[in-house]
Design a protein around this ligand. Structure first.
Ligand code: ZN
Length: 209
């Protein structure tokens, strides 16, 4: 026979706090639906607050990640001092001014100084910083700085080409909806290295890619 519980008042558990936060986040989305002129109780919208909260959590999961989570354990010592370049990494982010998507391609290059990063980790590093509210310029420099701090290469270059829905959808400055940003550190500040990087970016992928 079980004793009647006489537990003292316990602290709320983490999942109970999470549930409460979810519920109030969903309330905010319901409120938003009303503000834009919708009826949140109509069938098509009944589940929308829950879906929007889930999707916002996914689109901003970078806040819970640190570059070290992704990069540590994937650093290798090498005797190689030519340029390492990873092109066309897909990137999706949300602009911090309108919370609308901007998306495009990230190109990363560096010249090692004894250490390299596992190639598959660079797309994951992009995720850490892209899955937050961002501006394209800061995303670019954060990626360059993270690589610089982690492996202290001779230099690093990051170029991002992106299109911004806040420009395209709102019908303003459509001609500025595509933006290119770059961050160059170390030897990439020298025109010879920077030009080599930029000309490699212009090259088409070899056949079969
Ligand atoms: Zn914007």
């Amino acid at each position: 026979m079980k004793a009647v519980s006489s537990k003292p008042m316990s602290q709320p558990k983490q999942h109970e706090i999470d549930d409460l936060e979810h519920a109030s986040f969903e309330d905010l989305i319901r409120e938003m639906l009303v503000r834009v002129g919708e009826d949140p109780s109509r069938e098509g919208l009944l589940d929308t607050p829950r879906r929007v909260v889930k999707s916002m959590e996914y689109l901003t999961h970078g806040y819970a990640q640190h570059p070290a989570d992704v990069l540590n354990g994937a650093l290798f010592t090498v005797d190689y001092d030519e340029m390492v370049i990873v092109k066309d990494i897909e990137m999706f982010s949300l602009c911090e001014h309108h919370m609308l998507p901007f998306f495009g391609k990230v190109h990363i290059a560096y010249i090692p100084n004894g250490k390299v990063i596992g190639l598959s980790k660079l797309p994951r590093l992009v995720e850490v910083f892209a899955r937050r509210l961002q501006v394209q310029e800061r995303l670019t420099t954060q990626l360059a700085d993270a690589i610089q701090e982690t492996i202290q290469p001779q230099g690093v270059g990051v170029v991002i080409e992106a299109r911004h829905l806040c420009m395209m959808m709102r019908g303003v400055e459509k001609q500025h909806s595509a933006a290119i940003t770059s961050a160059m550190l170390g030897v990439f500040r020298q025109s010879e290295t920077r030009n080599e990087f930029l000309s490699l970016l212009r090259q088409k992928a070899p056949d079969g890619f």
